[in-house]
Design a protein around this ligand. Sequence first.
Ligand code: ADP
Ligand code: MG
Length: 323
Amino acid sequence: MPQGEFELIARYFSRLGAERADVRIGVGDDGAVVMPPSSRELVVVMDSLLEGVHFPAGSPAASIGHRSFAVNLSDLAAMGAEPAWALLALTLPSADEEWLAQFSRAAGDLCRKHGVALIGGDTTRGPLAATVTMVGIAPIGVALERKGGQVGDAIFVSGSPGDSAAGLALEQGRLHVADAMSAQILRDRFLFPTPRCGIGVALRGLASACIDVSDGLGGDLEKLCAASGCGAEVDAAALPVSEALLSAVGREAAREYALTGGEDYELLFTVPLARLGAMTSAIARGLGPVKRIGSLVAGKGVKVFARGGVMQFSGSGFDHFAT
Ligand code: ADP
Ligand code: MG
């Protein structure tokens, strides 16, 4: 990009996020230099957001700025790591100052909230895309994994899955909801998802396995099960669907959204029965919104029990009443 545009980038990205004492050299040199704490492991994640693929064309710049960092914070949360440093590869069709201001303000707000410093990146011209690399810190050997779940473990999920998929459907005009308040709540769940960093860190030593829900609860539970070598049974009536989703689409469709919708960025995790007491105490101490939805079982695959029968997850969605 031309020199003037680089000055623009420097203005918006040179001091984004938290100020951290462990950043010796940040944005502005050929590389960043950070000082990792001794006797800790670093957890490294990367996620891309492409216009037309991960967000509709014309999405608000603030939402793109928030989401490009939120999805990475969510991956670190799923690993039980404390977020620390980030790098941003940004591809822009043009250097639009108003767009950059809104993108960087939303990204900076979220990064400061989670103690993340932006330490570098790259800026190119092309179709709109944002790729963030984020590094988190965890004590040695305690990072959460998708594997580790055992038959009998309780399955929990945070927040209210399904809201984001309904919000995206609203954004794309595929869903129409009469109640404007519910519609706005659902849209915001898609545009500004909440990464569950505090919950992820608190689950170290408590959860046996963990994954964040980006592709839909059913599909991501199937991944956790495959990694853990077991199956899962979920009680449809226990799914924590929000009031907004319920009033927008009704109970049946709300469960469908919760199970198959994506982009929730909630945590899906398992807890051994022997640690359920500790889990209950953690919830009482303010862990955050989490709810038990089922159990790991012998075998493989995800089955959802509802009053009308059993639904079997089949890769892309649920077959009703399959056995
Ligand atoms: P070089 O050509 O040496 O790779 P650049 O001109 O690409 O350097 O980048 C200069 C500085 O600005 C580097 O510190 C780089 O990390 C940072 N930077 C470039 N783009 C971004 C961005 N989108 N976000 C954060 N830092 C960026
Ligand atoms: Mg260089």
